[in-house]
Design a protein around this ligand. Structure first.
Ligand code: B12
Length: 135
């Protein structure tokens, strides 16, 4: 509950950001290239969505923009901060599955320590949504 409140605060704090969720060509904000990848090793799936977005945009804005412009990507979030499902596949407490958030830069993969509401991707980053299990 406390986390949800903190994440919501983060989400709200980012709302005034001028490029939030807007297409890459809306205004003269600096643009950057990033790649969003959806992986699911249970289904042998690995799909990438290259895109250009405004620098400093939070990840949920990038995902909203991608979803609006790409018919093959569909995501679902709770309050814009916890990524519940991607392309119709939701994590499940019963099956202990979830969409893990990873970042690949210079061939090194790290697990994010914040959710999509707070995370701001960087230039040339590969943001990965990986369907997996927890112990
Ligand atoms: C268990 C846990 C998980 C489990 C939850 C499964 C479950 N149904 O129990 C799983 C493995 C799914 C998980 C995933 C993630 N988690 Co987590 N998780 C925790 C942990 C260890 C305990 C939460 C808990 O059970 N609290 C007790 C219950 C009673 O309170 P609750 O509010 O109902 O808990 C819910 C929320 O915490 C929610 N939740 C869990 N993780 C996250 C992350 C975000 C960003 C949000 C909005 C909600 C959320 O799931 C809980 C159960 O429903 C906390 C650390 C901690 N000690 O609090 C980290 C923690 C909450 N998780 C964190 C993170 C970063 C993530 C991930 C983004 C990691 C990643 N890179 O993939 C992902 C979320 C990805 C996504 N799809 O959006 C961070 C959040 C930091 C922040 N301020 O944003 C924490 C604080 C750990 C940390 N210090 O890094 N997590």
């Amino acid at each position: 509950m406390a986390l949800t409140a903190i994440s919501l605060l983060c989400f709200v704090a980012l709302l005034p950001f001028p490029g939030l969720g807007l297409p890459a060509d809306s205004g003269d904000l600096k643009q950057m290239y990033i790649k969003v990848t959806v992986t699911n090793h249970f289904a042998n799936m690995d799909v990438s969505y290259p895109t250009t977005v405004s620098k400093g945009i939070p990840m949920f804005g990038v995902l909203n923009h991608l979803q609006d412009t790409n018919k093959s990507l569909n995501i679902n979030k709770s309050f814009g901060i916890y990524l519940e499902s991607v392309n119709g596949l939701a994590g499940s407490t019963e099956n202990r599955t979830y969409w893990e958030l990873l970042s690949k830069k210079y061939n090194s993969i790290t697990r994010l320590n914040v959710g999509i509401g707070c995370y701001q991707p960087q230039k040339n980053e590969n943001f990965i949504m990986n369907f997996t299990t927890w112990d």
